[in-house]
Design a protein around this ligand. Structure first.
Ligand code: IP8
Length: 279
């Protein structure tokens, strides 16, 4: 197998890309991958000349089973152990499918199990062994991990989202930016899946965040809106130290490449105040 030109170079900027579960999996059944979409993403990734870490979400592979067993509530009773096993098994299947598809498109992917290198406290990451990520990145690999059930010092186990992991790794490994790939164009002032007149918020800065969040909060509370707010809230510390967070639509072909080449695409950029419109 030949791999892409994602070779080792200390000067290349690092990008952490979250492959959102709602984009890469199908909602019309459990354990269904949107294969054509992932193939299109893989082709784009093979042509990107940056260091990359991929973090995938759970979508229909992880959330239904985790919810059924109350995994997010932490350890309550022995019957949940079966639920953790099922959740892990299903997430592993998704990781394997992505690994194979990415490798087929010459992306030098290397899967990491989040549950084997991360420890949380009440669902917040406490420790991550980032050394293997760093070493594999330096060799030209593209590490791939996921949101996961991880050991938790307070609750026994907990679910740590891929969003949190993406931002944590970006902070610790000094990534220039985090890209959250979703199934909508970015953060809207109301849920674009319910309201065709919803407006895309193109730029958010830490200073304008509370005002923007107020307008998002006034819209109907939906999963999408909450998910978007979660991504933004997760990213505040990263943006405050000068990095950029972009929320874009993975379902628009070429979006990733165009963004990375510096084109102005439909998306939401969460950027430092010093680079914001009124700075
Ligand atoms: O889809 C959740 O990750 P997310 C992980 O990134 C599990 O929130 C196991 C449900």
């Amino acid at each position: 197998m030949t791999h892409s030109a994602n070779t080792c170079s200390p000067s290349k900027e690092l990008i952490v890309l979250k492959l959102g579960g709602s984009a890469i999996t199908r909602k019309d059944g459990d354990h269904l991958l949107d294969r054509p979409l992932v193939e299109a993403i893989a082709k784009e990734l093979a042509g990107i000349d940056s260091k990359l870490i991929l973090v995938h979400g759970a979508g229909s592979f992880g959330h239904p089973v985790a919810k059924r067993y109350g995994i997010h509530q932490g350890y309550r009773e022995r019957g949940q152990l079966r639920g953790v096993t099922e959740t892990k098994s299903s997430m592993l299947q998704l990781t394997m499918m992505l690994t194979e598809l990415l490798a087929d498109h010459n992306v030098a992917v290397i899967p990491f199990l989040s549950s084997s290198c991360m420890v949380a406290s009440r669902g917040r990451l406490l420790r991550v062994d980032t050394e293997p990520f760093r070493m594999m990145l330096d060799l030209g690999f593209v590490p791939l991990c996921s949101g996961d059930v991880v050991a938790d010092v307070e609750t026994g186990f907990s679910i740590v989202s891929g969003d949190q992991i993406a931002v944590y790794l970006a902070e610790r490994l000094n990534a220039a930016r985090v890209i959250f790939g979703c199934d909508v164009d970015g953060v809207f002032d109301s849920d674009p899946k319910m309201n065709p007149h919803a407006n895309l918020i193109r730029v958010i800065t830490p200073r304008t965040l509370s005002e923007k969040v107020r307008s998002i909060g006034e819209s109907a509370a939906t999963d999408v809106t909450k998910g978007m707010l979660g991504k933004i809230n997760e990213s505040v510390s990263l943006v405050s130290v000068g990095r950029e967070v972009v929320i874009l639509n993975l379902r628009r072909p070429g979006n990733l490449t165009r963004l990375i080449q510096g084109e102005d695409i439909e998306c939401t950029r969460f950027i430092p105040d010093s680079r914001g419109p009124t700075a």
